[in-house]
Design a protein around this ligand. Structure first.
Ligand code: ADP
Length: 526
């Protein structure tokens, strides 16, 4: 592995970089600009597949206010230091806090961590980037709020950053971007804009009505490099009268299509009304103990060992994890409908809390379904030694035959390369995301290389079959962007035209989602 511990922004020599750092320090204060090897090492991608330093930043800049962000952008434009904004930088398995282009400086927004408004009556909050799920949860509980947070599974990430990446959660408000309402964004030229009703200076409905007047641009600031988002409105669910967390277990691997087809009508009819994960046994049980407890051989874990694991843990090969929300009476009646419908799948078994009072997997899922952030799912990193993982997440219709196709394609590909299929289908209203961890040993260079190549293979095979990834890890952004190549890449040409217009010097997040500034477009990057 390469071991260059510091790096300059591309195109700058060390004297120019020193001057730039001085100007940045004048903007935010000396102690908030760091470029020493120790600091920047903590901002690498923790799960880089090839080179630990491939995505090493040149510096970390930590502004505390909108005004400081504006000053930093001005200096960046003047000195040609590219910036990679992060909110809390916990986007692990997709790159963590690291920038796509080596030598980009991280704009760490964690110090901007105010919860600006809690509107209990309408059910929304406005937050700054550094507010984590834990922060928001604790704040809401401390003020006696009855609003719920819908969090990502590890709760240490930010409300804002995860929504910008279009992450998914576990309550009925699990579509994080779908529940965003109102943004404040600083463009590359330092100008502040407010979207939706925020454009009206005395707006009364910024957090209540998304669309405002004219073009609806909020989505342009997700998974993109067009601005620094400094405030976001987020709708929160009010505590319902009752919740019933449940897992429906299915013993057979080959039931996948049948399960998904049984789910769809109940989803469309609103009978299943919570977030929903159809989780494979290695994901569902993988946090309980490492792989060696079940299988110590080489290559992918064989089906017999997987079945044994499911039996020993009293879990399904597939586990449909969801909650029912509403009144006790509504839940009881929906529960009966679900039990009937899902019993069409061989061996279906419905498990509720009273069946699993001490099961840690059930307990953490229940917390997520009730908006309580926790870190349990992080245990999955202990599945293999040297716990690396990158997430492969193609989107597909919520359709049994499609789910079966994607599962076969992905599981056959990873098994042939000696890896396990550890994944879950995050089921939404019409679609699902196959979120698959590719677990690999970070201390084994051969295994890293194999993981890297396997990931590329997955991108190629799924792209050819019509399943684009919805989000990806830094080193695969160019490849995934190429999946979306309809009409000679017209979508990318639009993205590039917008990028060139809004950020002509290309200082914001070069390479994010495969969108590069004009001056270095086509230049190969790791
Ligand atoms: P989290 O810690 O919430 O998981 P990150 O802070 O790592 O999320 O953000 C994920 C990605 O979203 C970043 O790598 C960056 O591309 C983008 N991003 C995060 N925060 C901002 C922001 N405030 N403005 C613009 N882009 C952002």
């Amino acid at each position: 592995m390469a071991d260059q511990k510091t790096v300059l922004p591309p195109g700058l020599n060390s004297a120019e970089f020193k001057l730039a750092l001085k100007a940045l320090a004048a903007a935010v204060g000396d102690q908030w600009v760091k470029s020493d090897a120790g600091t920047i090492a903590a901002y690498r991608d923790p799960y880089a597949t090839l080179d630990d330093y491939a995505f090493l930043p040149s510096a970390v800049i930590s502004p505390a206010s909108v005004e400081e962000v504006q000053k930093v952008l001005k200096v960046a434009n003047e000195t040609n230091v590219p910036l990679w904004p992060v909110s809390t930088g916990k986007n692990y398995a997709y790159g963590g806090p690291a920038p796509r282009m080596k030598g980009t400086a991280v704009l760490d927004l964690r110090r901007m961590n105010r919860i600006i408004e809690v509107n209990e009556k309408l059910g929304y909050v406005f937050v700054e980037p550094g507010v984590s799920y834990f922060d928001l949860y604790q704040h809401l509980r401390s003020i006696g709020s009855k609003l719920w947070v819908d969090c990502a599974a590890p709760g240490w990430g930010s409300v804002l950053g995860n929504a910008l990446e279009r992450g998914a959660g576990y309550t009925p408000y699990g579509d994080h971007w779908g529940n965003q309402c109102g943004l404040e964004v600083i463009l590359a030229n330092g100008e502040i804009i407010r979207t939706g009703m925020g454009g009206v200076p005395k707006s009364k409905a910024w957090g209540a009505f998304k669309y405002g007047f004219g073009p609806y641009v909020d989505g342009m600031f997700t998974q993109s490099n067009l601005g620094v988002v400094t405030k976001m409105g987020m709708w929160l669910m009010g505590e319902p009268p009752a919740v019933k967390p449940m897992v429906i277990q299915f013993p057979r691997e080959d039931s996948l299509a049948q399960i998904v087809d049984a789910v769809l009508p109940l989803r469309k009819a609103g009978i299943f009304n919570g977030g929903m994960m159809l989780s494979g046994i290695l994901w569902e049980g993988g946090g309980i103990s490492p792989r060696t407890r079940w299988y110590d051989g080489k290559g992918a874990m064989p089906a017999s060992a997987i079945s044994q694991m499911a039996r020993d843990l009293d879990m399904g090969w597939w586990n449909l994890v969801t909650g029912l929300y509403g009144t006790e009476a509504l839940i009881a009646s929906n529960f009966e409908i679900i039990r009937d419908a899902m019993s069409s799948v061989p061996g279906a078994k419905v498990v509720t809390e009273s069946d699993r009072p001490t099961d840690p997997a059930f307990a953490y899922r229940k917390k997520l379904m009730m908006g309580e952030p926790n870190m349990y799912e992080f245990n999955l990193i202990n599945w293999v030694p040297g716990g690396g993982h990158i997430a492969f997440s193609p989107a597909l219709p919520l359709d049994g035959a499609e789910a079966e196709k994607v599962y076969s394609l992905c599981s056959n590909t990873v098994h042939a390369a000696g890896f396990d299929w550890m994944g879950e289908f995050a089921c939404q209203l019409r679609s699902c995301l196959q979120v698959q961890f590719l677990p690999f040993n970070r201390t084994d260079p051969d295994e890293r290389k194999r993981a890297h190549e396997t990931f590329h293979k997955l991108v190629g095979l799924c792209g050819d079959a019509g399943y684009g990834e919805y989000r990806t890890q830094l080193g695969f952004m160019d490849a995934v962007a190429k999946m979306y190549n309809f009409n000679d890449n017209s979508f990318m040409r639009l993205n590039e035209a917008i990028k060139d217009a809004l950020d002509p010097k290309g200082i914001l997040a070069p390479g994010k989602s495969g969108i590069w500034p004009k001056a270095i477009r086509g230049v190969p990057h790791a």
